[in-house]
Design a protein around this ligand. Sequence first.
Ligand code: GLN
Length: 375
Amino acid sequence: RTNMDEFAMGSSCENSAFAKTANPWDIERVPGGSSGGSASSVSASMVPAALGSDTGGSIRQPAAFCGTVGLKPSYGIVSRYGLVAFASSLDQIGPITNTVLDSAIMLDIISGRDAMDCTSLELESGFANFADAAKNAESLRGARVGIPSECLDCEGLEDSIRRSVEKTIEIMRGLGAQIMTVSLPHWKYSVASYYVIAAAEASANLARFDGVRYGLREKTENLSDMYFSTREAGFGEEVKRRILLGTFVLSSGYYDAYYLRAQKARTLIRRDYEDAFKKCDIILTPVTPSLPFKFGEKSSPLQMYLSDIFTISVNLAGNCAISVPSEISPSGLPIGIQFVAPSNGEKILLSASAVFEKNREIKRFTPPETKRAVL
Ligand code: GLN
C-alpha cells in the first residue's frame, strides 16, 4: 500500500490522512497526487510498478513529477471493482512504471471485462497484448500528431515545459510523424466543469461513509449525533469541501445552473476531441503547467486545482492518455509530456510513446542519489 491524497482528492499528497510523501528528485518537493506514493516508490526503485487511480490526472501528474511513466486507460478498459469510488464516471485504474513497455505489460494483466463492473469492456481479443504494441513499434512514419493550439497558449505554462513540448515535436517530426495544429475550443471549460461533476459524484459516493455501514464510528448518545460526529471526525478538510460543493451543485434550484451546464460542457469537450481525432491519430500536450512544486507552495485550493489543467479534459472525454518523461529541467527536475489517443486507442498510444521513449535525448530517468538519501 502506498500513500495518497485522501479519497484521491488532491494533486500533491498533502491531503493525505497519514503522512507526507516526498519527491525522490528533491525531497523538499511534492511527488504530485493523488497517487503520489505510487509514483514516488517507482521512481525511488522501491518497486518496479505500482497502480494509481486517475479521476482528473492522478496517475499522469505524479508520474510526470517523479520522472516515471503513467498510463490512464480509456474509460471501461480496467474494472473498477475494489476501487473506492471518488467520481465513478471519471475514475480509472492504471499503472505507474519506469518504461512504456512495463506499463503495457501491466495493462495486459489488469484490463478486460469483469462481471463485477458493468462498465468494464470486452476487449477485441481475449488477451489484449498491449505489450506487443509497445515492443514492436519502430517508426512514426504515417502517424499524424495533433498539437492543440489552446494548450501551448495557456497562461501560466512554465518556459521549461513549453520548450520540452517543442523539442518533443521536433523529435517526432524527425521520426517521420506528420505534425499538425488542432483545436479544442471548449478545453478552457474543463477545469470548471470537472470540479462541478467530480464534486457532485463524490458527494453521492461518500454518503455511504456514515458510521453505520463502513469504517469509523464515533461514540455518541444518539443516532443523529453519531452521523454528524463520524463525518466530522472521519473526513479531512479537502474532502469536506468537495462534499459541500457537490451537495450544493446538486441541490434543487442550483442543479440547472451548475450541474446541468457542466454536463453540457463535458459533451462539448468530448466532441472537440472526436473532431480533432478525425484529423490526427494522437494529441501531444504538456502534462503539468509547472515543475514539481514545494510543500505548502500552493496555498489556495484553486491554485492546486489548476495544476491538472492538461490532464482533466481526457477524463471528461473518456480517452486514454500517457505521461512519459521527456527531459530534465535546468534545475534538475523531471519533465513529462502527454500523449492522448481516442477511447480504446491504447495500441497506438503505447506504440507512439514507446518510439518517442526510445528516441528521446535522456535514456533513463533516475533521481540523483544525493537528493534522495534520507527517504
Ligand atoms: N487532482 C484532481 C482532484 O483533486 C484529480 C484527482 C484524481 O485524479 N484522483 O480532483
